[in-house]
Design a protein around this ligand. Structure first.
Ligand SMILES: N[C@@H](CCC(=O)N[C@@H](CS)C(=O)NCC(=O)O)C(=O)O
Length: 202
């Protein structure tokens, strides 16, 4: 099995960290969707990361769909999303917040880095930044009610830590100084976990 994509993508990183936690062997091919387009096109013409090439050659994309597949490869007790309600409902809420934060952070990054300054649309960026801060605020509340368990990482807490690292590295500007202390502290702690260290932000 091959995971394609760079670990600066929060979506790729959440899949890579999950692969480590699930104990699934894989090869990592660190291709950029921008700099390595011709090579990427050969593997996945849609040029999206993460891309997962399964052992039979079938190509999956979208981090949540890839994780859905990967979780089926391990026994229920090793899975990163709880099976039973209400724990699954709570975890899905947390994952949804982390994914929204990732999406808004990536949109803000693309708006500022890919689009020429004269073509930027300020109202759109302001909307995205508001949504990004809303997602962070909701993650902060979530962490208050559901303290992460570093010894038994689940998909919600690992995805929140991955989302925050991306924001801190790539789009720190919209976040007020010192905001979201629980999220910051959790990210710092999660980054010392062996699965995070094995998949460093690049
Ligand atoms: N919902 C998708 C989002 C993946 C995504 O947006 N990946 C970005 C990189 S962070 C990408 O492929 N960008 C290239 C493009 O969209 O053309 C997931 O969860 O995997």
């Amino acid at each position: 099995m091959q995971l394609i994509g760079m670990l600066d993508s929060p979506y790729v990183r959440r899949v890579a960290i999950s692969l480590h936690l699930l104990g699934i062997e894989y090869q990592h091919l660190s291709l950029s969707v921008f700099r390595n387009m011709p090579e990427f096109r050969q593997i996945n013409p849609v040029i999206k990361v993460p891309t997962l090439v399964c052992d039979d050659g079938e190509v999956l994309m979208d981090s949540s769909l890839i994780l859905d597949y990967l979780e089926r490869l391990v026994p229920a007790e090793r899975r990163l999303l709880p099976e039973a309600l209400p724990a699954r409902q709570h975890a899905l809420r947390g994952v949804g917040l982390a994914l929204a934060a990732m999406e808004k952070a990536v949109q803000a990054f693309y708006e500022c880095q890919l689009r020429p300054a004269e073509a930027r649309h300020a109202p759109w960026l302001a909307r995205v930044e508001e949504q990004l801060n809303a997602a962070c605020g909701q993650m902060e509340d979530y962490l208050q009610r559901h303290a992460p368990q570093p010894a038994a990482l689940d998909q919600a807490s690992l995805s929140m830590a991955v989302a925050w690292r991306f924001i801190a590295e790539r789009v720190p500007e919209p976040v007020p100084d010192g905001a979201y202390p629980l999220l910051r502290a959790w990210s710092r702690q999660a980054e010392t976990h062996p699965a995070f260290l094995a998949c460093p932000f690049e």
